[in-house]
Design a protein around this ligand. Sequence first.
Ligand code: ADP
Ligand code: MG
Length: 539
Amino acid sequence: MVGQPAIITDPRKEHTQGKQALFANIGAAKAVANIVKTTLGPKGMDKMLVNAVGDIVLTNDGAMILKGMEIENPTAKMIVEIAKTQEDIAGDGTTSAVVLAGSLLQKAEELVISGVHPTIIIKGFRAASGKASEILDNYAIDVTKDNKDVLLKIAKTAIAGKSAEAYGDHLAKLCVDAALEVAVDGKVNVKENILITQDPGHKISDTELLEGIVINKARLHSAMPAIVKEPKIALVASDVLVQKTRNKATFQITSAEQLTQFAAQEEADYHALLDKIIDTGANVVVGTKNIDQNAADYFQKRGIFAIRRVNEEDMKSISKATGAHIVKNIADISEKDLGTAGIVEQIGAFDLGKTYIRECHNSKTVTLLLKGATEHVTDNLSRTIDDVLHVVKDVIEDEKIVPGGGASEIEVAQGLRAFASSFEGREQLAITAFAEAMEVIPKEIAVNAGMDGIDTILALRAKHSEIKNAGLDVYTGEISDSLEKGIVDPLRVKKQAIKSASEVANMVLRVDDMLKSQRREMMDVAPEHNIHNYDAMGM
Ligand code: ADP
Ligand code: MG
C-alpha cells in the first residue's frame, strides 16, 4: 500500500489546500475591492447596474454596487458582508471598508510570498487594528451634538461626489434638521423616525422636510373623507379583498337553493372579515397589501379612509408613531391594536395626492419628501440621503469627528509605523504592512481625481508632520487643513471601516483548506462563478 494516498474527502468535492487556497481567496477578495475602488471619494466614478429584466441603477454606493452584483464566490461574499456591516453600524464608509480589506489582503499576500506565516500576519493585523482604533480616538475632535455648523460639514462631506452634490447645501440642511428634530436623549433612530418618501416628477431642489408621516399614496375612493381628525388607525398586513376565494376544495352543489345559500354564506364571510376591522372602531385603514375595489366601497360607505400597498418600512414608522399594531391576521384584530394621531389627511388630487399623518402622539416622526425628475433620480437620492442621515446621526450620538480627505488614514499609518518598531519579531512586518494598507484610501481618492497616487501619499506624509489635520482636497488638488476646509468624517465611520476590514482579512487568512461542493448545474451555466477564474482573469 506504499505510495497510495488516503482519500479522506469526497472526491466529487473541489478541494483546494494550503497556499493555493489562500491565494485563491485573496484573489477573490481583491477582485471585489478592485470593482468598487474606482468609486471612492468625491471624484469617484459611478457604476451602472443592470438587472435581468433590464432595470438600470446608476450608483457609487459601495453597498449598493455589491448587492447588485449577486456575487457567488464565498470569499467575495464575505467581503460583501463587511459592506453590509459597515452600512448597519456606521451608515457610510462602505467603499472604504471594502477597499481597505482588499489592500490588507494584498499586503498579506506579499508577506506570505516572502515567507511570513499567515498566523503571524493575523497576530500583527489584530494588534494593528486595536492600535489604529486607539490612534483614531486620540486624533478625534470633540464636538457638541447641537453644533449645527459641524453637522452641516459632516453632511456635506458625505454628499460630496454623489449625483445630488449640486444641491448639497439644501440637502445637508434638511438632513441635519431632520436628525436634530427626532433626536431623543442624544440618540437618533433614522430607520423608524425619519421617513423617506419619494415623489418623482419635480426638481431635486424642491425636496422638503415635513412634520409627521407622509406616504405617497392616495385614498382609495373619492367619497372617502379627505380629513379624519383624531383618527383611529388600523394597520393591516394582509390582503383585504372581497372576491371569490379560490379554494382548492370542490363542492358538490346539487340544487339552486344550495347555490344561493353558498353564495350568501360566502358573501357574509367576506364582509365578516371587513366587519372585524370596522367593529374595532377604526376609521383609517392602512394596508401593506391589496385592498380591492369592493372592500374600498364597503369602507367608503362607512366613512372610513383607506390606503393600500404601503411599504413595510413606512408601516413600521406609522406603527411606532401612532402606537398601532401591525395586524397580520384580520380575524385577530381588536380595538387595542388601533393607533392614534392628531390628524390623517390627504392633500392633493384624490387619485394623485399623498396621505399625511400628523401630530403623532407616540414619537416624533418627520418625513423627507424627496423630489427628482424621475424615479431613478429619487432612488439614487434616497441612497445618498440615507448615508447623510447616518453620518449626522453618528456625530450627534458620538460627538466626535475626524479630518477627512485621507488625513485620518495617514495619521493611523504614521502611528502604526511607530507602533511597529516596538515589536521585535515578524509581527513588526505585519503591522508595517497594515500601515501601508491604510494609505490606499488617500491614494485611491487621489487617483480617482486624476492625480498621481504615489506623489499624493508622499506629499501627505510630509505635510502631516507639520499640520496634523492635513488632508487632500480633490476640488483644489491641494493638501491643506481638512478641518478648516470642512472636510470631516464621523469617527465612527473610520473606526468601523478599519475594524471590519481587518476582521475579514483575518478571516480570509485563517483559511488553508477549501472544500467546495460541485454544483454541477450552476457551474455549467455560470463558470465565472468558479473561484479560480478570478485568478485567470488577472484580478
Ligand atoms: P465611502 O463609501 O467609503 O464613504 P466615498 O466615495 O463616500 O466612499 O468617499 C469617502 C471619502 O472621501 C472619505 O474618506 C472622505 O474623507 C473623502 N472626501 C470627502 N470629500 C473630500 C474632498 N473634498 N477631498 C478629498 N477627499 C474627500
Ligand atoms: Mg461615503
